[in-house]
Design a protein around this ligand. Structure first.
Ligand code: JB2
Length: 216
């Protein structure tokens, strides 16, 4: 582990996604200097005792050389907000920490970009490449030789079979399966639970699989 890995952390956002990240970092004995959230965070036990800042402007009190940022704002499909936050602070010379949970399995033959977040139970296999700032959520599987673009969100228990390629800002919903060798173009969305057997074009969305209920 290099010295920069040990720099204290400032988490941006204080909701559910940030809570999972804080939990991962605490179990790695990382120091969390502050959680930046306009909304109250005290109802989440994991933030107990942490310093809350209410405005993103306050991040600038920290010298970029002495902290690492973690974007704890989750990705909503087609929302650019998460990326805009990163762009703002990257332009100010801040760096975003790569967060890999102790309980994730990441092949030493995979490449993990800066700012990537890999949650507990996720598996990233040999030859996979994870683009910068992507989220590999709880128990997602990224099989061999997948190439994941920047700012993707691979939601819990989604499975990307071998050699799947995704461009930037792709969202793969919870429990979806993308079979081998499929391409997912920029900003495409795979809805939760879907099995994808043909490639998606830019901005395409799979037909949502939904439980249909009716009264009898
Ligand atoms: O401008 C902002 C801002 N706007 C909202 N600056 C900062 N620093 N924080 C901001 N927030 C914060 O994002 C809110 O104060 C709140 O703490 C957080 C959003 O929390 P929420 O729980 O609504 O969503 P999330 O982004 O943590 O999680 C979403 O994405 C995850 C990947 C949810 O959809 C989760 O279900 C999902 N797993």
């Amino acid at each position: 582990m290099s010295d920069s890995d040990l720099l204290p952390i400032v988490i941006i956002g204080g909701g559910g996604h940030a809570a999972v990240i804080a939990d991962i970092l605490l179990r790695q004995n990382r120091t969390i200097l502050a959680v930046v959230s306009p909304d109250e965070i005290s109802h989440r036990k994991v933030f107990t005792g942490m310093n809350r800042l209410v405005s993103d402007d306050q991040i600038r009190q920290f010298d970029p050389e002495t902290v690492r940022l973690v974007n704890g704002i989750g990705m909503i499909p087609r929302s650019k907000f998460r990326q805009q936050v990163n762009d703002t602070y990257l332009a100010l010379d801040y760096e975003f920490e790569t967060v890999i949970a102790n309980e994730a399995i990441v092949s030493p033959y995979a490449e993990v970009g800066p700012g990537v977040q890999i949650f507990p139970g996720a598996i990233v296999q040999s030859g996979a490449v994870l683009g910068a700032h992507s989220i590999i959520n709880t128990s997602a599987v990224i099989e061999h030789d997948c190439q994941i673009g920047a700012y993707n969100h691979i939601a819990p228990r989604a499975t990307l079979c071998g050699r799947v390629r995704s461009e930037s800002a792709v969202y793969v919903g919870a429990g979806a399966t993308v079979i081998h060798n499929i391409s997912l173009a920029k900003n495409s969305i795979v809805t939760a639970g879907t099995t994808v057997v043909s490639s998606l074009d830019e901005l395409q969305i799979t037909y949502p699989a939904r439980a249909v209920t009716r009264s009898i």
